[in-house]
Design a protein around this ligand. Sequence first.
Ligand code: GLU
Length: 312
Amino acid sequence: MRGRFAPSPTGRMHLGNVRSALLGWLQARAAGGAFLVRIEDLDRARCKPQFVEDLYEDLRWLGLDWDETPLVQSARDDVYREAQARLEREGLIYPCFCTRAEIARAASAPHGLSEEGPRYPGTCANLTAAQVSERSRTRAPAYRFRARPGEVRFVDDLMGPFVQDVQALVGDFVVRRNDGVASYQLAVVVDDADSRITHVLRGDDLLSSTPRQLQLYEALRLPAPAFLHVPLVLGEDGKRLAKRDGAFALAELRARGRPREHVLGLLAAWSGLGDGSPVDLPALVARFDRDVLPHAPVVAREAQLLDALGLR
Ligand code: GLU
């Protein structure tokens, strides 16, 4: 068993992120397996080196250790290009010159996955070589993967069977953006395969990305890991905890002098692994059981936080 935590260093970690890290770590350690950290910093505008240092510091403070030197995505473009070239040789990739506005206009219906915008209708799927060189003069292309038609099915270790028709819902999807950066979907597959990750545990905001990733595993002939998607931690407003929710930033709790066992107690309560009372990592490793993980989002209440941390 090899698990991982793959954060994007776009801000200080809040307790929602930390909970995913903890659960991934517990899953790996409870099985006597390895646990890796990977820095997903492809979004150069939002990622900052300081946040990477903060991340390591937060994980260390909690006692979550990792094996092997973390991969850093911004340093791995050669590897992503090599994978892209393999797909290209099989005719599974094509350049796309569409702008966002053009895709929005061409979309026949406003469906698709919210994070991806409308379904890509395949406008550039069959351009001739002459058309490609003509359009390349005025615009750098993105590159899209020809999504296989039909349903992709997999069984999530927590959420159970999941089915998605990637071609019908998302259409051909981007593996390299028009600014030259590899897409999350490609990078995550190449990296998890390179790191020989056997178990991916992450937030369920990525459940709907998994079928695309499974198509890439298949096209690259790489073995896919098992997936376990945990429902997110929401704020009292019903929206997912964000890095702006300062009260739930781990750094903030540390600064207020709270012992890690109190923080772990709260994270355990949010995971079906405790009643909120302080707990240490060895006890949680012994208690870890994926069958008790909640199937619905957890609401983080500030009052509960203050009680759990003995702050009032
Ligand atoms: N970097 C992604 C995030 O922070 C997680 C990617 C993954 O776990 O596959 O949301």
